[in-house]
Ligand binder design. Sequence first.
Ligand SMILES: Nc1ncnc2c1ncn2[C@@H]1O[C@H](COP(=O)(O)OP(=O)(O)OP(=O)(O)O)[C@@H](O)[C@H]1O
Ligand SMILES: [Mg+2]
Length: 263
Amino acid sequence: MSEAPAALELVDVAAGYGAADILASVTLRAAAGRITTIAGPNGAGKSTLIKTLAGLLRPRRGRILVGGRDVTALSPAERARAGLGYVPQERNVFRNLTIGENLRIGHEFIHRRASRREFALARARVLDLFPDLAPRLNGLAGALSGGQRQMLAMGCALISGPSVLLLDEPSAGLSPRYVATMLDAVAQVNRSGVSVLMIEQNLVEAMRVSHDAILLVGGEIRGRWNAAAFLADPEVRTLFLGGTQRVAAPAQPERQRDGASAA
Ligand SMILES: Nc1ncnc2c1ncn2[C@@H]1O[C@H](COP(=O)(O)OP(=O)(O)OP(=O)(O)O)[C@@H](O)[C@H]1O
Ligand SMILES: [Mg+2]
């Protein structure tokens, strides 16, 4: 049986900030057309992993592939142009600029010579996805609520049409209503053909929309599950129920998404 092509692949990656490695030897793949969620306790190295994928942190060892292409030597900007969108965990919009200006910067970063019409079309697609932003285009990003700001950050990453989207805790700090809205938007983006690798702590909501789940603990991959089975796994339940993070309910049978893939 041939495996689905990988949207993203890390092969034996080691990375860290000072002398010590945070990621020891990480090998993982995120399948094309799917939503893969990385879960793990605070400090596990989740953001470090995603920063290494985005190119903000150079791996000390190993290779990174996007759609089969080796991007290990590419800068963050080159990786973005290769189709990798990234939404950081924090400080992910320019608060002193308007929503419209933020979107324009997101678009021009990749499409430098885009016409006004091309920008308008790309912006319309983002506003379709996040209608809350439409009446606020001339307002400052700093005046948005946390949920709206997170939508703008995702809109800025999406506006250039990436093939793979990296999201670092898209629902962190949001009210329950916005958590669901945000993750529904992630699912909608995925259905439009974008492969997603996201980090999430709202695991019940995240598993509702995810296809695959990967557990990272202490900088090491502990396992990989179909999303429907993740929260029922005894190791996962012990880890999250025993720690500071809560898992409210076991996975429901209807969450079975195995084999599902986006158009
Ligand atoms: N810029 C940095 N310089 C030095 N050490 C860092 C830096 N960023 C993170 N670390 C350390 O690396 C380890 C992993 O941090 P990381 O942010 O990757 O974890 P995380 O799994 O994303 O945690 P959280 O759930 O809190 O977001 C932690 O021990 C952290 O203190
Ligand atoms: Mg983090």
